[in-house]
Design a protein around this ligand. Structure first.
Ligand SMILES: [Cu+2]
Length: 258
């Protein structure tokens, strides 16, 4: 019986459906996300969520991390609408489903389109990672932010950087599932890009971003990772978190010197 029992924890991962971002809530308003079935509609509906061929709710593998598919998912094309938002807006990414077995980090990146996000070349986008979460406690497999995402009705909430300059931006939300990541090429990246038109009076322009094709390598400690072991920590893959300037703190600071 022992071999069968050993296999049991892996079975749900093999049969469970993965997921996609079905919608986005910004400042309390709902926007339908990209759904790969929309590809077969004429015309294809306008969505701020970038189009991709993820009809299988599937993922990008480490062997594809240096290809254009890591930018905004498989064969992605520009989203052809925008979600209006402001610095500090609360935004929620709602997944259609997420299997509890698919534990791992969640990231949010932002890139300026330097103009029109509906036509920008995705390979030219330079990304700043502004939100992240991953391992929380325990091991084998332990507790992860993806468990919270499932508990929160398959949703992840973040905040638009509070002093970001007005303009057109793409936000790249991503889960990396680690349930099979003990094998080389076993990690699964699920990125979704969304266009935002950010208004307001922020003053911070992004600089020093990174192309998505340089984010991760198959051998990174946080990519080739055994979830079913007695680990005591987790190394975040990808660029270092940049919390970006906080508008309110700057204001308070300025007031202190008035
Ligand atoms: Cu899956």
């Amino acid at each position: 019986m022992a071999p069968l029992l050993t296999l049991l924890p892996f079975l749900p991962a093999l049969v469970a459906a993965h997921g996609h971002v079905q919608g986005i809530i910004a400042d309390g308003k709902w926007y339908t996300g990209w759904n790969a079935e929309m590809k077969y509609q004429t015309p294809i509906p306008a969505t701020a969520g970038w189009q991709a061929d993820n009809l299988d709710n599937g993922f990008i593998t480490p062997s594809q991390f240096a290809t254009a598919d890591i930018v905004c998912h498989k064969s992605a094309k520009n989203g052809n609408a925008y979600i209006p938002a402001s610095p500090g807006s609360k935004i929620t990414f709602l997944w259609n489903t997420w299997p509890v077995s698919h534990k791992g980090p969640v990231f949010d990146y932002i890139a300026s389109c330097g103009g029109d996000c509906t036509t920008v070349d995705k390979t030219k986008l330079l990304w700043t990672k502004f939100d992240e979460g991953a391992w929380l406690s325990g091991n084998d497999p332990g507790s992860w932010v993806t468990d919270d995402l499932v508990k929160n009705n398959m949703s992840w909430t973040t905040t638009i950087p509070s002093n970001i300059a007005p303009g057109n931006y793409v936000i790249r939300h991503e889960i990396i599932a680690l349930h099979a990541a003990s094998q080389t090429n076993g990690a699964q990246a699920y990125p979704q890009c969304v266009n935002f038109q950010i208004g307001g009076t922020g003053t911070q322009a992004l600089s020093g971003g990174v192309a998505a094709t340089s984010f991760y390598k198959a051998s990174d400690a946080g990519i080739l990772f055994n979830l079913y072991s007695k680990f005591t920590g987790y190394t975040m893959p990808g660029p270092v978190l940049n919390k970006l300037a906080k508008r309110d703190e700057e204001r308070r600071h300025a007031r202190d010197f008035e």
